[in-house]
Design a protein around this ligand. Structure first.
Ligand SMILES: [Zn+2]
Length: 258
């Protein structure tokens, strides 16, 4: 089954009513965007988690954008690890399954060293998660800009060597490859996994890859949904400027396909 849902839950005050609206529209997933930091208090998280379970909406979290596990400055790596762990902590209270994060920038560091730096940081985060006995998974996202860590190969290697989880952003990968790769060519790389957490939206790109997200064209939704399997647990989070509207549109198209 595919669970469709938006990126964004809204403020603590509106969260419960937003979940109810999503549920009425047939949505079964929601990714809470902690773009600028964790904005929910513990009590809110418990209440939101309870409501989401009642409505059978799977919650995930998007960690803050200001994360660089490959910084030349050790303090910035530590701060980045803490931002991800703060998301894990509140995520446990929410009953969220996954914290998605952008691993880092290459900067002036070569690709292999960047990989090793990120791997080391991810292993340290996973150790903290284990120590705390948290169930939540951290998911490294495939990225749309060419100067950012997160090609298919890099993410797969990281998953294999650390045991972290992953988020496949089909729009990002299409933009990273200048539109020269189809969703049908991306999916096989992730075929062996039982469970997929995915992002999607319309996207503009240039020479350096992703420029900005835009509304999701119906044709692109159809192309993506026609390559996704029908017998797998898949969550598809829409990140367009109208993420709930585009999720509903995707759900409708999916129903016509199955
Ligand atoms: Zn992301």
């Amino acid at each position: 089954m595919i669970r469709f849902g938006p990126a964004g839950l809204g403020s603590a005050k509106d969260a419960i009513s937003n979940l109810e609206v999503y549920s009425k529209r047939g949505l079964k997933a929601c990714e809470i965007s902690f773009t600028y930091g964790v904005y929910l208090k513990e009590d809110d998280a418990l209440e939101i988690g309870k409501k989401a379970r009642e409505l059978d909406i799977k919650l995930s979290i998007h960690a803050p954008y200001y994360i660089n596990l490959n910084s030349a400055d050790k303090k910035k790596i530590e701060a980045s690890k803490k931002r991800i762990l703060d998301c894990c902590e509140i995520g446990e209270l929410l009953g969220a399954e996954i914290v998605v994060f952008h691993a880092g920038f290459y900067g002036k560091i070569d690709r292999e060293t960047s990989y090793q730096n990120i791997k080391e940081a991810v292993i340290e985060i996973l150790e903290e998660i284990r120590k705390n006995r948290w169930k939540i998974k951290i998911a490294a996202e495939t990225m749309g800009k060419i100067n950012v860590f997160g090609s298919v190969d890099e993410i797969l290697k990281l998953v294999e060597e650390t045991g972290c989880f992953f988020c496949v952003d089909f729009a990002h990968l299409w933009a990273r490859n200048q539109g020269k790769i189809s969703y049908g060519e991306i999916y096989p790389s992730f075929k062996k996994f039982e469970r997929l957490h995915c992002h999607f939206s319309g996207i503009d790109f240039g020479e350096k890859g992703e420029k900005n997200h835009k509304l999701t064209p119906e044709l692109e939704i159809k192309k993506l949904l026609s390559v996704l399997p029908k017998n797998k647990e898949i969550t598809l989070i829409n990140e367009s400027p109208d993420p709930a509207g585009d999720s509903v549109k995707s759900l409708k198209i999916w129903k016509e396909l199955v």
